[in-house]
Design a protein around this ligand. Structure first.
Ligand SMILES: [Zn+2]
Ligand SMILES: [Zn+2]
Length: 401
């Protein structure tokens, strides 16, 4: 066992307790008040300087290396990010530390991410004297909704000192605990939300010829949208269009004035995003028109594509080999069409996001994040901390290409 692995071993139990406390007291996006307060209390107790109130409830902590080498050819500051928010889900897992908040649950593992980053910060405090660079710790709010990452960047978390590289991790319930999964290049999709208002003319349900039915028009729009991915985009370019909401009407015998559809578009490049938006609007407007109705479309661009830097990825993989056997270092075969606001960091620095397995040995029921039954194996905490620490040290020891 290396001295760093021994240090991790020593604090592991405490970090697991911290994770369980966050799990018991989950907080929704933009309301992470207690979580932020606890993080600040731990950092204060461990004498780690930090700034609170970043992007709402976010916290940025900084350890300045005492042996920073003034070389332009080296990475001088590494950022490590953990998201903090929970989800509006009623927990169905029967553990002693289950959520005490009705309808709120850490079902995406952000309690684990936060606890891991606290443990990592604590170990780095002990290594401060020998650090050849700076380490910044981003405790980020609101991943699940408004994208706290973008706001933290806008509020200057990447400056003073300037951050060269940001790394981050996410729990992955489909991967066995003890494993780390790296993804080269594109890892997550860009997301755009859309809403379509279809306006007809209200009339009695028994006399449809006297009005214009927006439900029939909107139904045709839903079907027409299916043709975009199948007929207008290349089969080799993954894209998704999902209509997830369809609202119309109040009474069995009234054809309503309006139907409202909403959903998401996911793409792996910005050109496809622009094309899909144009095509959704065209189809919705023309399809509605053909029924005598009118459609209005609104898009809200959300998270961009998450792209991992290949140079940083290979440095992290080298660090992973220091503590994991080859068969526990996995590589994803394809990008996920999921989205994560870590991608905002990809826009302003070299970044790598990686997955840590949480599937217990012998467990056969596959778990999912955002599920009321999500119960990650806590052994992943040790793996996550070790990876963040060894990965950061490896990055600080490397010369830039
Ligand atoms: Zn999530
Ligand atoms: Zn998540």
């Amino acid at each position: 066992m290396t001295p760093i692995e021994r240090k991790i071993e020593e604090i592991l139990e405490e970090i697991i307790c911290i994770r369980r406390d966050f799990h018991t007291n989950p907080e929704l996006s933009e309301y992470e008040v207690r979580t932020a307060q606890k993080i600040s209390e731990y950092l204060t107790a461990w004498e780690i300087p930090h700034q609170t109130g970043v992007a709402g409830n976010g916290i940025v902590a900084l350890l300045q290396g005492k042996k920073v080498q003034d070389e332009a050819k080296r990475f001088q500051t590494i950022g490590i990010r953990a998201d903090m928010d929970a989800l509006p889900i009623q927990e169905a897992v029967d553990v002693p530390f289950r959520s005490v908040k009705s309808g709120v649950m850490h079902a995406c593992g952000h309690d684990i991410h936060t606890a891991i980053l606290l443990g990592t910060a604590r170990i780095f405090k002990e290594l401060e004297e020998d650090l050849t660079g700076n380490v910044k710790f981003f405790f980020q709010p609101s991943e699940e909704t408004v994208g706290g990452a973008e706001r933290m960047i806008q509020e200057g978390c990447m400056e003073n000192p300037k951050v060269d590289v940001v790394i981050g991790l996410h729990v992955a319930p489909e991967i066995p605990v003890g494993c780390i999964e790296f993804c080269k290049g594109k890892m997550n999709a860009a997301s755009t939300e859309f809403k379509i208002w279809v306006e007809g003319i209200e009339c009695h349900g028994a006399h449809p010829e006297t009005g214009i039915d927006p439900i029939v028009a909107a139904s045709h729009i839903v079907c027409a949208l299916q043709s975009i991915v199948s007929r207008n985009t290349s089969p080799t370019q993954p894209t998704v269009i999902t209509v997830a909401q369809f609202h119309a009407g109040k009474k069995n015998n009234i054809i309503p004035k309006e139907a409202v559809l909403s959903g998401i578009i996911r793409t792996l490049n910005m050109k496809s995003r622009t094309f899909l938006k144009k095509r959704v609007e065209e189809l919705a407007v023309l399809c509605a028109e053909s029924f005598g109705a009118k459609a209005r479309v609104q898009f809200t661009d959300s998270y961009p594509v998450l792209i991992n830097d290949e140079e940083i990825e290979s440095i992290l993989e080298k660090a992973a080999r220091q503590f994991l056997p080859k068969n526990k270092i996995l590589h994803c075969s394809e990008p996920s069409m999921g989205a994560d606001d870590f991608s905002y960091f990809s826009r302003v620095a070299k970044t790598v996001y990686f997955n840590i397995g949480t599937l217990s040995e012998g467990e056969s029921v596959p778990q999912r994040v955002h599920s009321a039954h999500f119960n990650p194996d806590e052994q992943c905490i040790e793996v996550g901390m070790t990876m963040e620490i060894l990965g950061t040290l490896e990055l600080l020891s490397q010369k830039k290409k």
